[in-house]
Design a protein around this ligand. Sequence first.
Ligand SMILES: [Zn+2]
Length: 249
Amino acid sequence: MLDDQEFLRYSRQLLLDDIGEDGQEKLKHATILIIGLGGLGSPASLYLAAAGVGTLLLADNDKLHVTNLQRQILYHTVDINQFKAILAQHQLQALNPLIKCIALTRRLKGQALRNAIARADLVLDCCDNLVTRHAINAACIAERKTLISGSAIGFCGQLLVIEPPYQYGCFNCLYPEKVEVQPNCRTVGVLGPVVGIIGTLQALEAIKILVGLPSIISGKLRLFDAKQQNWNTLTLRQASDCLVCRGKI
Ligand SMILES: [Zn+2]
């Protein structure tokens, strides 16, 4: 049951037929793990907290650096050198005291990553490196969770949704680990609004999936060209030799 505070706070989305009280209850009882509280995780977590997702697990082992502030809109200059996960927890809790935010400041890998993913209904990959992306992908498949993966570099953004039973494959099918390490925003740079758009869309897809709406991009890769404001959509196909998702359907 929603209480009076919740009815008032979420009134504008409760009005939507596709959300309503049932959808809001689903959000309230959901847990989302957000891995990476940077340029993607900032807008994603702000929208999810504001929308009333009941529990947010906020995973990031980095401390805030001055170079983050150009795009990581959760933070302020005074926050430099503090753990992002704890800063995010305080910011999001101040935005919405009706939800629960839990900071995870240790690097998630191995069993700790599996355990964190097992606690969540859905996982947002908002990290900034390929090694972690592969680890998150494999752990989500092992735990049979939905993964919404975002990335951005320069003027380009990518969005990917994979859901059980993973019939369209996984992140590893798309980017086998053999390929060379991709450039990252430390070496190539990135524009704030580009990560903002991708992170916001990660939150949008998460809300839709949690309230029971289909994600029209499930099993698809969306590519955003910010210079042309153009989107391309590719349908994923399971790789015949993928060691991560083959045999998991
Ligand atoms: Zn695969």
